[in-house]
Design a protein around this ligand. Structure first.
Ligand SMILES: [Zn+2]
Length: 478
């Protein structure tokens, strides 16, 4: 699966222009005259001194000009000498010996460190009389330079298209393919929701399992389902992850999956949903986490990194507006947050924990307000009457758990009036039973609408469960 053509941009650039810092200035010298090359010349001189003084630790030359193909700008010292005539300061740069002195000729000491360098010009094998006739002093326009720049990278691009991508898994037809634009994101109620209700002793054991490891949450299962069917679900997860692991690596280590255990046992009302997956290769880890959602006929799950993610963008859901216009809602929320009293409160919350310096609290508050965006949920009640709801998202300027929790709680109890379109207030939400996201009810879950979706459908559960959900309508992301 490894890319066997690791051609780097740097290598290509160097190949295209064997002597990065000198070819352009050397070629331009006869035309531009000493007034223009001298300022460029001195730093180069310094660089050459550095290189010759410590050949084991040569800095990578920083190109001061764009890469040019050697066929247009032959870098042979002998040829340069013929083109340029008597030695100039630029010629001397090429002819410096390791001691730093200049010889006044264009010949290069074959024993010098410079000729041994990978950057050193290679002797031309072509007849110099023929090559000499090529007019060298052409400066490409920006448009032409773009062509040359892209051509210098052409081989790398050809190599990329010859290979399958790292996560190319079309030969695993048992899983729903990634839809255009990727799978929808599920929104947690807090940063560590994935570990909710897990027994602390179990969590401590999971902490001690070696990386790579990740967490899996199964679609369409409650904590009670997980507790009652732990062995079956564990085996299904293990089997499906083994399919992926074996596809990536024939001799993949045996995948291990650990079921959760609830604080207080199965009788507890709140039960954990997460499984730990470990004993996997880094390649399997990368593949599974980058696709995130894996949907087979017998199980659908979402994979999570074993860490505490950044605070959720979803803060709360508002209803009470009589408009479907998202801009109206964004303005209402921004106006309320920017109100003097509220802004001061927000600043106080953001300063909890000291993560944001006091002098930057003001900026952080405005950055929070500017980051507001909303999602329209096409809620309908009986009779098909639309009662719009809006999810309110914002990017938290702080990662501090207490600061974010208090800030979110404060913003949630505010009311959000508009002049003409009603007044928004936060409404209770419960996670979608299918994907566990807190951004929508089951009826608005976007996953069943994905092409070739193998996972649970909106109405698959018992009639009782299906009718309990009030949200029936199209998920509107416009
Ligand atoms: Zn959902």
């Amino acid at each position: 699966m490894k890319n066997k053509e690791p051609t780097s941009i740097k290598a290509l650039t160097q190949a295209a222009r064997p002597y990065p810092n000198s070819s352009r200035s050397a070629m331009n010298t006869p035309i531009l005259g000493p007034q223009t090359f001298l300022p460029d010349c001195l730093p180069l001189d310094d660089l050459m001194d550095t290189q010759s003084g410590d050949p084991q630790n040569q800095p990578t030359p920083t190109p001061t000009t764009s890469p040019l193909p050697s066929m247009l700008y032959p870098a042979s010292p002998a040829l340069l000498s013929q083109i340029q005539g008597p030695p100039s300061t630029s010629n001397l740069l090429l002819a410096q010996d390791p001691s730093g002195s200049t010889t006044g000729t264009s010949s290069v000491n074959p024993n010098s460190d410079l000729t041994a360098s990978i950057h050193a010009p290679k002797p031309s094998t072509e007849n110099p009389n023929t090559t000499q006739l090529t007019p060298p002093a052409y400066t490409p326009t920006a448009e032409e330079q773009a062509i040359l720049d892209h051509l210098a990278l052409a081989e790398e691009n050809r190599a990329v298209t010859r290979d399958n991508g790292r996560n190319h898994l079309t030969t695993l037809p048992q899983f729903t393919p990634v839809p255009l634009g990727g799978f929808p994101h599920s929104h947690p109620s807090h940063s560590a929701q994935i570990f909710d209700f897990l027994d602390n002793q179990v969590l401590m054991s999971w902490f001690q399992v070696e990386k790579p490891k990740f967490i899996v949450r199964v679609f369409d299962h409650t904590g009670k389902d997980v507790a009652e069917n732990a062995a079956l679900l564990t085996e299904r997860i293990r089997t499906n992850i083994t399919i992926i692991a074996k596809f990536i690596q024939q001799d993949a280590p045996p995948v291990r999956v650990s079921p959760p255990h609830a604080t207080g046992g199965k009788e507890n009302k709140d039960l954990p949903l997460c499984f730990l997956v470990h004993n996997i290769s880094p390649e399997t880890y990368d593949t599974i986490l980058s696709q995130r959602i894996w949907s087979a006929s017998d199980i659908t799950f979402e994979a999570f990194h074993f860490n505490c993610s950044t605070p959720p963008y979803l803060l709360f859901c508002l209803n009470g507006f009589t408009t479907h216009e998202k801009d109206t809602v964004v303005k209402a929320v921004a106006d309320v947050w920017a109100h003097d009293d509220n802004r001061a409160e927000i600043g106080d919350f953001l300063s909890i924990g000291g993560e944001i310096p006091e002098e930057k609290i003001h900026t952080a508050t405005y950055s929070l307000i500017r980051s507001i965006y909303v999602e329209h949920l096409d809620f309908r009640v009986s009779g098909g009457i639309a009662v719009p709801r809006f999810n309110i998202f914002a990017r938290s300027p702080t990662q501090n758990a207490e600061a974010w929790t208090k800030l979110r709680s404060f913003l949630r109890i505010l009311t959000y009036p508009t002049g003409l379109d009603g007044c928004g207030a936060a409404v209770a939400v419960s996670p979608c039973p299918l994907c566990h996201s807190t951004a929508h009810p089951r009826g608005l879950c976007p996953f069943p609408g994905i092409p070739l979706w193998n996972g649970p459908k909106t109405g698959n559960r018992s009639v009782n469960n299906a009718t309990k959900n009030k949200g029936k309508g199209k998920f509107n992301r416009t």
